[in-house]
Design a protein around this ligand. Sequence first.
Ligand SMILES: Nc1ncnc2c1ncn2[C@@H]1O[C@H](COP(=O)(O)OP(=O)(O)OP(=O)(O)O)[C@@H](O)[C@H]1O
Length: 236
Amino acid sequence: MKPAIVMEEITKRYGKGSTTVDALRGVNMAVYPGEVIGLIGASGSGKTTLLQCLGSIIDPTAGRMELGGEAIFDNGWLIKDVRAFRRDKIGFIFQFAYLIPFLTNLENVMMPMLLAGQPDKSAHQRAMELLTVLDIADKAEFKPYQLSGGQAQRVAIARALSNNPPVILADEPTAPLDSQKSLMVVDLLNKLANQYGTAIIVVTHDEVIIPTFKRLYRIREGVVYEEKGEGREISA
Ligand SMILES: Nc1ncnc2c1ncn2[C@@H]1O[C@H](COP(=O)(O)OP(=O)(O)OP(=O)(O)O)[C@@H](O)[C@H]1O
């Protein structure tokens, strides 16, 4: 099976001269379809920079990346329309749900599909399917402010999955949730990765969920180490 995410010798340098920061120093990683991996690291170690490079939000300085089986970066972007690529191929989940307050939960989930040009009827059908899988379909016609934090995060997860992206990038998705809800969110991510073959990277500090990852990467001063792998422990 081909990996859904490949990073080869990715570097990111911010600034010039005396203010230069080498935030990523030759990152290598591979994540396969259906895998949910954890990415941990101290403050300032480069986690956000890594997610932003992978999410085509910022430009890596050098290296090579593949996403969904497609080479997207090789010392420069290979894709023409980075925004459309990001919208169609990558789902983002953040610490807070960031749902659009004046839309219903259903409309929030439909929005990325409508932006991608999907007809209203099929977008509606897919949104309801996802809300059902996430056990939140009964809140479809409610507005985001009528949800608890955990429920809002489930709607945000449905929205991230709406265009069936090969990759989901989650930045501290359980930070505001209690232990039980955090574990539920990770369970759901695993279930969805399995069901849809999505590759999911979860950046986290959450001690409750860290032991649940089968594979765990640690980033330290811009270098990524596999800390926990397929039945083997690799010390960083
Ligand atoms: N726009 C920027 N310009 C200059 N330096 C930056 C910029 N963004 C991040 N950095 C630097 O790059 C390094 C990595 O930052 P990054 O935000 O990726 O870390 P992080 O692991 O996400 O940290 P945290 O857990 O605190 O969010 C840090 O030294 C940071 O100061």
